[in-house]
Design a protein around this ligand. Structure first.
Ligand code: BGC
Length: 730
């Protein structure tokens, strides 16, 4: 992979006025006029601001506002953003405060704004950076039209425990896939020019390790070795920084005995110095105050000191910076240079966003740009690539003409079912339900029946060829603060499915979920299974098109699906151990369950079949040179379709234990029936190296294996030798 460094010579899209030098000059001029209180004011992020906050804004005591009324806004009801309210507050900042510094308005625009896209986990299932980028751009455009200039997304936590509700907000279990999607999302939100009025500042969160909370319990403590931190949890953040992400959010959990928000080692040494991040670092909600709850600070003042010295620039809502930083600076307990450094970053962001030139939003803009046919089309495009076809016994799908179809389940008619967690600005009225969408594409002549009542369903199913069962989780069962102990479907659902199946009717199950649920019983009691995640405003349509073959499914799992909860962790890039399963087949690691997951990472079926052949790998490559890999992909079925060619690497002998395979390349391939294409991958030094526990990249000569195919359990294998100039370690 090649990408620019975080600190570019020039801001992307910069013109004379927004060039790095011009912005720096304006920042210095402003900084020179600021009082200590005004400087500290730039760090204070208020929430749910209203007219009562005007006095503080007038005094320059507020720098930004999160437009949310509670801490877990994703699963709470929130008011829609009101541009008029934001303009009113902005007018106070610009016209009535001494220096007229505009406010930043932030919001959790996590998977779309008014045009709601699939949840991030569902977006990741598309394996399509381009579609993810485009949807981020749509969200940015819509949010900016409401006056939002800063979005707290993308979430780049690597999530390997489906019990953790926030896995819905993640790009899944794999650092490489998450890194590619991180770059795409950042580019989509931020565009080439933050000041063009159509883009917003993105925020890579939660730096770092939050995805590994113990037992998948939200907000829990965690222990992650430095080696794992560097190889698993940091790469997605590194990618976001390289793509120029404007801000990062520190995690509020504690990692290896110190809350991240109080760790200069993580925030200053690793994030700033090693990754080269130069933008704004914001705490998570009350992250400063939480240092007292974690028990590392005795009071709010000490918490403010620790958080600020650790490197957090902006204090999300706790108010402790505002209350204590001026005193701490006057007492010499926080160096003034540190203060100016942080103010510069906040002001720079405001200049780059063009807020000094255009602080207000046109109140008619939202109606013109939100939920337009163009935005719907971009979202539908992504929604069509997100559902994963897990099973299709006897090629039951796609459904043909002339059959009698019933739709069973409340999930088929509830509009909110499609939205997903963190849908703050979507409107239920915008959503065609699955049932409506099925009726639209169903060719007749028989009408599609629907019921949410199991007795009725059992009655009707007898006269039906196929029953589409819509089940799974409601959106609020996943997301923040919504972890679960069991990955099984909610009670009653598998039983209903089994009762239908027992009648001999053919069952197509559509699973809506925000996490990798255990689908073992679903797979047994259904002919076909489509995992639709929470697919967003166009999800009903996308799913119906797939069921009826108007669209060929092409989603692939961004996370392994376990056979049962106790099988966790079920991720694919485990270590060989001293008793590898391949050579010690008797060495089952569990006596009551297989080791393999129900469906491996990367898995996804299509209505056509693809064949991978002619894998060619550069046999010997000098250290530092790229490695070329090619493979032929052929559509050997009868329909046009898209697959994802995936390349996995195994470093056979290294100075540290390395996973049995790791994703190092992928490409979506669209092929007409009978067509064949050669897919080429280039592996760079970055792809071949890993970090040791100090974070130093190690590019070690020796043998590497390359595995290519449609999922992480493929066996088409090649190898190459990375040559050292001196003696080789193996
Ligand atoms: C979450 C963040 C979110 C913030 C603001 C926190 O509770 O962890 O992801 O951005 O709230 O709503």
């Amino acid at each position: 992979m090649t990408a620019e460094r975080g600190e570019r010579d020039e801001y992307p899209g910069a013109d004379g006025r927004t060039s790095r030098a011009a912005v720096a000059k304006r920042v210095e001029a402003l900084l020179a006029r600021m009082t200590l209180e005004e400087k500290v004011g730039q760090f204070h992020q208020g929430h749910n601001l209203g007219d009562a906050d005007a006095a503080d804004i007038r005094l320059g005591r507020v720098g930004s506002a999160i437009v949310a009324s509670s801490a877990t806004a994703g699963n709470d009801r929130q008011e829609r953003v009101r541009a008029a309210t934001l303009n009113r507050l902005q007018r106070v900042a610009v016209k009535e405060s001494r220096l007229g510094i505009p406010l930043l308005f932030a919001r959790d625009v996590i998977h779309g704004h008014r045009t709601v896209a699939p949840i991030p986990l569902g977006q990741a299932a598309s394996w399509s950076p381009e579609h993810v980028r485009r949807c981020a751009e749509v969200a940015a455009r819509e949010a900016r039209a409401d006056g939002i200039t800063w979005v707290f997304t993308p979430m780049l936590d690597i999530a390997r425990d489906g019990r953790w509700g926030r896995i819905a907000e993640s790009f899944g279990e794999d650092p490489y896939l998450a890194a590619r999607l991180a770059e795409a999302a950042v580019r989509g939100y931020q565009g080439d020019d933050l000041g063009d009025g159509e883009h917003v500042a993105a925020c890579a969160k939660h730096f770092v390790g939050y995805g590994a909370v113990e037992g998948g319990r939200d907000y829990n403590t965690l222990e992650v070795s430095a080696y794992t931190l560097h190889n698993v949890h940091l790469p997605s953040f590194r990618a976001a920084v390289r793509a120029g992400v404007a801000s990062v959010m520190s995690a509020f959990c504690d990692l290896n005995g110190l809350p991240v928000a109080a760790s200069p080692d993580l925030l200053r040494r690793i994030l700033r110095d090693d990754l080269g991040f130069g933008g704004v670092l914001v705490t998570d909600w009350e992250g400063v105050l939480e240092l007292t709850r974690h028990g590392v600070a005795g009071d709010g003042k000490e918490a403010a000191r620790q958080a600020f010295l650790a490197g957090n620039d902006v204090d999300m809502v706790s108010g402790l910076y505002r209350d204590h930083l001026p005193g701490l600076i006057r007492a010499g307990r926080v160096p003034p240079e540190r203060l100016d450094e942080a103010v510069r970053r906040v002001l720079t962001l405001k200049f780059r966003l063009g807020l000094f030139e255009r602080p207000y939003v046109d109140e008619g803009e939202a109606a013109r740009v939100q939920f337009t046919p163009e935005h719907r089309a971009a979202t539908l495009d992504l929604a069509r690539r997100s559902p994963v076809l897990l099973q299709n016994r006897g090629d039951l799908l796609p459904l043909g003409a002339g059959i009698r179809v019933g739709v069973f389940g409340a999930a088929a008619t509830w509009r909110g079912q499609l939205f997903g967690t963190w849908t703050l600005d979507g409107e239920a009225g915008d959503v065609p339900t699955l049932l409506e969408a099925v009726r639209k594409v169903h060719p007749g002549p028989h009408e599609v029946w629907h019921t949410a009542n199991i007795d009725e369903a059992l009655d009707w199913a007898r006269q039906t060829d196929v029953v589409i069962v819509a089940l799974g989780e409601t959106p609020t069962r996943s997301g923040e603060d919504h972890s679960v102990a069991s990955l099984d479907l909610p009670a009653g659902q598998p039983e209903m499915l089994e009762a239908l199946h027992a009648l001999g009717v053919r069952v197509v199950t559509v699973v809506f979920s925000g996490r990798p649920l255990v689908l073992t019983r679903v797979v047994r009691a259904s002919e076909a299974v489509l995992l639709a995640w929470h697919p967003g405003v166009c999800g009903g349509e996308a799913v119906a098109e797939i069921l009826y073959g108007l669209v060929n499914p092409s989603g692939h799992l961004p996370v392994s699906l376990p056979r049962q909860t106790g099988q966790l962790p079920a991720h694919y890039s485990f270590k060989p151990t001293g008793r590898p399963l391949a050579t010690f087949p008797q060495a089952y690691r569990l006596s009551d369950e297989r080791d393999s997951p129900l469906f491996p990472f990367g898995f996804g079926l299509s209505y056509t079949r693809f064949e991978f052949s002619n894998l060619w790998v550069d046999p010997e490559v000098p250290l530092g040179q790229p490695v070329r890999v090619t493979v032929a992909v052929k559509n050997v079925g009868e329909r046009a379709g898209e697959t994802v060619a995936q390349l996995y690497l195994r470093d056979v002998v290294a100075s540290r234990t390395r996973p049995v395979r790791e994703l190092r390349g992928f490409e979506r391939v669209a092929l007409e029936p009978g067509a064949c294409r050669q897919v080429a991958f280039t592996l760079t030094a970055d792809d071949l190296s890993f970090s040791d526990e100090t974070g130093t990249p190690r590019l070690e000569p020796g043998e590497f294996r390359v595995l290519v195919g449609e999922n992480s359990s493929v066996t088409l294998e090649g190898a190459f030798r990375l040559l050292a100039e001196g003696p080789q370690k193996d």
